[in-house]
Design a protein around this ligand. Sequence first.
Ligand SMILES: [Zn+2]
Length: 167
Amino acid sequence: MNVGVKPAGRQRWKLNSSYRSDIISLTVNPFVGVKEMNSLSLKQFQDQVSELLLRHRSLLDVLSKYTQSGAAVQRSVAKGITECGCIQVHAGKQHYSTEMTIEDAKKLLDTHMAGELCENCTEIISAEIGRNLFYTASLCNLLGINLETVLEQESKRCSTLGFFNMS
Ligand SMILES: [Zn+2]
């Protein structure tokens, strides 16, 4: 994709400036080699974030950036609806029933979403999710939490909980 070209008929909205400055501070760091990104593990990502996080080392800074980056993901999706228009929300009451099987639920419960993300929105939302992951890894680093362990435990939780408990 040529990211320099404004998509016809659609306003190309931008990543916020603080994100750009973070990325610049990351890409100029000479101590981190980004190799073999295809097989990047969570452990490697967490170690990479640890080496890169020079600007926001304080727990308070990381906490607020973590929250801000989560809000930015939400905002980027909202922009896909209100500014780009590639997706829409058509929402109404969900009709749950404890008698439902997973197959019934897939048919009857609505995502409330219509349309499909365009290439531009996919790129921007993905970048915001990436930024949120960056601060998730930063928070884990500061608190001594291993992201791979978090993922494994959450995966186990998902496989042991019933469908209707996943709320
Ligand atoms: Zn779009």
